[in-house]
Design a protein around this ligand. Structure first.
Ligand SMILES: [Zn+2]
Length: 297
């Protein structure tokens, strides 16, 4: 993750809140409501034209995918004891080396919040898309560190930036399979366990600033982009490198890219069509339409 992740996610969410207010205000006239309805239908039809014949679909998701589940990226944990904490200070190996206990407590608390959140209608819709007739392969690559795709039905999700529910040794990288005591309320400090192999501290298996992305996951994501005949980008600002460069692999081959995002992103220029909607509204509508085309309903 780069430092831009935090600021980008912040501004993205701000725009989302503004557009949501504009669209749902009670003061809209009947004409405005009808115009908006017809606009929504037009957008759905454009998305359908792009997606109905796709056989190998690569999903690329970011913070906007989890927003409607109530997870607000780094800012989730900014309550109580964490109010004054700079999230960026919680994502570097130098901070870990200096004082690991606040970071261990902070990540376990974030994991607790993620575990309490539920997958939204967008997550469930992707799992329905896999089962559509004619779809040979559907893969999800996410920059999110929660497990909402998995719990929404996509058990085999690729995590480019790590996973809140996995832990490993800081030095020898051995995965930690022992118990982890997730706090039931935010606490300022917790002691991480130590590695049974080398005695060093167990850390969250999250990609911190300046660290490289996990190789196997990166290769899998690249392959997905190289093999796909449709890419669907959801809720990502497209500023976090190197992840944001992945859709270029598909774009260079002339593969259509559909973006679902309430706001324009850095990836919008690569996209055949950008549907200005949230994941939990657009995806269920699109998948239902694809399903009814298959069944002729
Ligand atoms: Zn170790």
């Amino acid at each position: 993750m780069s430092p831009s992740l935090v600021s980008a996610a912040g501004s993205w969410l701000y725009l989302w809140e503004r557009s949501a207010l504009r669209g749902k205000g009670p003061g809209r006239t009947r004409v405005e409501q009808l115009a908006s309805k017809s606009m929504e239908e037009k957008q759905l039809h454009r998305a359908l034209d792009l997606t109905r014949n796709a056989r190998r679909v690569e999903f690329f998701t970011g913070a906007g995918m989890s927003a409607e589940s109530g997870l607000d990226t780094y800012r989730d944990a900014e309550t109580g004891v964490w109010e004054k904490v700079d999230p960026q200070a919680m994502a570097s190996i130098s901070a870990w080396a200096r004082d690991p206990e606040p970071m261990w407590a902070w990540y376990l608390w974030r994991a607790r919040l993620a575990a309490q959140a539920n997958p939204n209608a967008g997550h469930h819709a992707i799992a329905r898309w896999v089962r559509l007739e004619g779809v040979d392969k559907l893969q999800v690559t996410t920059q999110n560190i929660d497990d909402l795709h998995e719990r929404g039905g996509m058990a085999d999700t690729t995590h480019l930036h790590g996973n809140l529910f996995r832990f490993r040794c800081t030095i020898c990288h051995r995965p930690w399979k022992g118990p982890v005591n997730f706090p039931t309320e935010p606490v300022a400090r917790l002691s991480p366990p130590t590695c049974p192999l080398c005695g060093n501290l167990i850390r969250p298996d999250i990609v911190w600033f300046g660290e490289s992305l996990p190789q196997r996951e990166w290769e899998r994501a690249e392959l997905g982009m190289r093999e796909a005949d449709l890419v669907v980008i959801i809720g990502t600002s497209g500023v976090v490198q190197p992840a944001a460069s992945l859709p270029l692999l598909a774009h260079q081959r002339g593969v259509p890219i559909l973006e679902i995002s309430p706001a324009r992103s850095e990836l919008t220029p690569l996209c055949e069509f950008s549907w200005r909607a949230t994941a939990a509204t657009a995806l269920p509508a699109l998948v239902s339409a694809l399903e009814s085309e298959v069944t002729g309903g």
